[in-house]
Write a protein that binds this ligand. Structure first.
Ligand code: PEP
Length: 251
């Protein structure tokens, strides 16, 4: 059984005070003894104070990016060790905004994924197709290229430590969601790709989220699908009440 994991991606939103207010509001709204693994991926500037706020909570904290080298002359970058030192457990790797706006390549993303695994951070590896690729029937080809590049060569025992977020780019921040059936079909395909690289047993252990305009109205249907193990949520994670409704989707 794969544990559902729902992560917020706040992107470049919220000052530290706003982040702390969110947490104050959010904590009591989360169902007690929830079976959902909850993660907040927040801007670097709020990691330290939220790490304090969430110390004894069931809510994990993640960064939205990292640099794959320990230390050095990389102005403006943050290393995996720096994140670990703050008690951070998760890191988003290869979000489509980083791939598209900051020209991150599959090769660079692989370096980050491997570094995250080596130091013991849980990577949330984002993959997904553009609208053009979807319309030309190239969805799985694109996902295959991205997954193969990232996970080939990763020791098999590390595979269950990776969370994959399937995020069709045309659905991110657009209000357009893949139907639960389409998301399930693609995610099933992604699991088969992992099975081809490793084997079925290994592929069954990898948690695969759906991301792209997830909201309190569509989460339940998405989570009812066999292969969808959670969600990466952007816009709807910025309000404590709506993100709480999402993580409490079972209730
Ligand atoms: C995201 O940022 O990864 C995302 C899926 O955003 P949204 O939920 O706003 O589409």
């Amino acid at each position: 059984m794969r544990k559902p994991v729902i992560a917020a991606n706040w992107k470049m939103y919220k000052t530290t005070n706003e982040a702390k207010n969110f947490v104050k509001q959010f904590k009591p709204l989360v169902e007690k003894n929830t079976e959902v693994e909850i993660v907040l991926c927040v801007p670097y500037t709020s990691l330290e104070s939220l790490s304090e706020e969430l110390k004894n909570e069931q809510i994990g904290l993640g960064a939205q990016n990292m640099y794959p080298i320990n230390q050095g002359a990389f102005t403006g970058e943050i290393s995996a060790e720096m994140l670990l030192n703050l008690g951070i457990k998760y890191v988003i790797i290869g979000h489509s905004e980083r791939r598209q706006i900051f020209n991150e390549t599959d090769e660079f993303i692989k370096q980050k994924l491997e570094k995250a695994l080596v130091v013991g951070l849980t990577p949330i590896l984002c993959i997904g197709e553009t609208l053009e690729e979807r319309e030309s029937g190239a969805t799985l080809t694109k996902c295959k290229t991205q997954i193969e590049s990232a996970i080939q060569g990763v020791p098999k025992e590390n595979l269950p430590k990776i969370i994959i977020a399937y995020e069709p780019i045309w659905a991110i921040g657009t209000g357009k969601t893949a139907s639960p059936e389409d998301a399930e079909e693609t995610i099933k395909g992604i699991r088969s790709i992992i099975a081809e690289i490793f084997d079925i047993e290994a592929a069954q252990k990898v948690r695969i989220q759906y991301g792209g305009s997830v909201n309190p109205e569509n989460i339940k249907d998405l989570m009812s699908k066999d292969n969808i193990d959670g969600a990466l949520v952007g816009g709807a994670s910025l309000e404590a009440t709506s993100f709480a409704q999402i993580v409490n989707y079972k209730g």
